[in-house]
Design a protein around this ligand. Structure first.
Ligand SMILES: [Ca+2]
Length: 333
């Protein structure tokens, strides 16, 4: 496949749009909550790290980037100090939220989610898969797939407690934040934290994907989408601490799962926006996602870079989208 074709299909390869139909009694009714966030729980605050305020160079002019995504131009962005989770939200932590609140995710309410084809047990493929995405047939609509049954009925997360939670929509992440007392990071905060204090490097650790031949994140090896050799040790998600942390102590920044950010997505908005604590457009149709996932491969989608960005509608869920949370340092007493 040519690179031009691959770039043109970025939405389908990164994560398919759910195109779910809402009604008055749909998932939105599940999302009401207090206007003022609850205090951050001590056990959650303990898992966060402080990112100093100041300026950093956001975006990239890298020749291998995706200009249509709005990765460039490089610009100086200034942020107030903030705190951010060192790890993506795990199945264990999300399970605690669900146990305490009874929350049902959008995938559970709509009754299905998207699963990558090779993760569906082949002997049960016809039974479990209702449909596939025309532009990306490796994405399967699986009734019953959810955060606690990532490959549909019969699968579970018992042995994946320290993996990032998946099959969670942006709306689900917002609901979690209302419980935890946190909020989603802005895209600028996410990228600043992901860079780990390095300046204009491609990855959280530098410019070389595999320094000294060492895998530094969970992405795809082999021929996408047919055969993942899992040379990095994992086909699918991996524990959030499976690879080294970056300079700010953040784990699982690139690869593993995409992570929702607070901002609405626009490919050009930032060109004329304020560079001080940018928050993205006031409205939009899809939310920013950062970091890439275990499905990213340089032959098709090299979005496992800190400046890379994509988006999805806020009710979408797949087996490769998760999130981590932030907190404003000004709220620390
Ligand atoms: Ca992998």
């Amino acid at each position: 496949m040519s690179s031009e074709t691959a770039q043109g299909e970025k939405k389908a390869c990164c994560a398919p749009e759910a195109c779910r139909k809402h009604d008055a009694d749909g998932p939105a009714a599940n999302l009401s909550g207090p206007q003022e966030p609850a205090p951050v729980r001590p056990e959650i605050a303990a898992g966060m790290t402080a990112i100093p305020g100041g300026s950093f160079l956001m975006g990239t002019d890298f020749a291998g980037a995706f200009p249509q995504d709005g990765e460039g131009p490089v610009r100086s962005v200034t942020l107030d100090p903030f705190l951010i989770d060192r790890f993506p939200v795990t199945n264990e932590r999300f399970g605690l939220f669900v146990a305490e609140t009874g929350y049902r995710t959008e995938a559970e309410r709509f009754g299905w989610s998207f699963v990558f084809w090779s993760h569906v047990p082949p002997e049960r493929f016809a039974e479990l898969v209702e449909d596939t995405v025309a532009a990306a047939p490796w994405w399967c609509k699986v009734p019953g797939a959810s955060w606690k049954s990532p490959e549909g009925p019969g699968s579970h997360v018992a042995q994946r407690q320290q993996h990032p939670v998946v099959h969670v929509s942006w709306n689900d992440a917002q609901a979690y934040c209302r419980w935890s007392g946190q909020r989603l990071p802005t895209e600028a905060e996410w990228e600043c934290a992901a860079r780990g204090g390095l300046v204009q490097k491609l990855y959280p650790w530098g410019d070389k994907l595999r320094p000294n031949g060492q895998h530094m994140c969970n992405i795809w090896q082999g021929e996408f989408p047919r055969h993942d050799t899992a040379d990095d040790g994992y086909a699918g998600t991996c524990p959030v601490d499976a690879f080294p942390a970056n300079g700010f102590g953040l784990y699982s920044v690139t690869g593993n799962t995409w992570e929702w950010c607070a901002d609405w997505f626009d490919a050009a908005f930032h060109r004329n926006a304020s560079p001080v604590n940018p928050r993205g457009p006031l409205e939009g149709t899809s939310r920013v996602m950062k970091g890439g996932s275990f499905l990213c491969h340089r032959s098709y989608c090299n979005r496992y870079r800190v400046a890379a960005r994509t988006s999805q509608t806020p009710d979408s869920s797949t087996s490769n989208i998760g999130f981590r949370c932030a907190w404003s340092a000004a709220r620390v007493s």
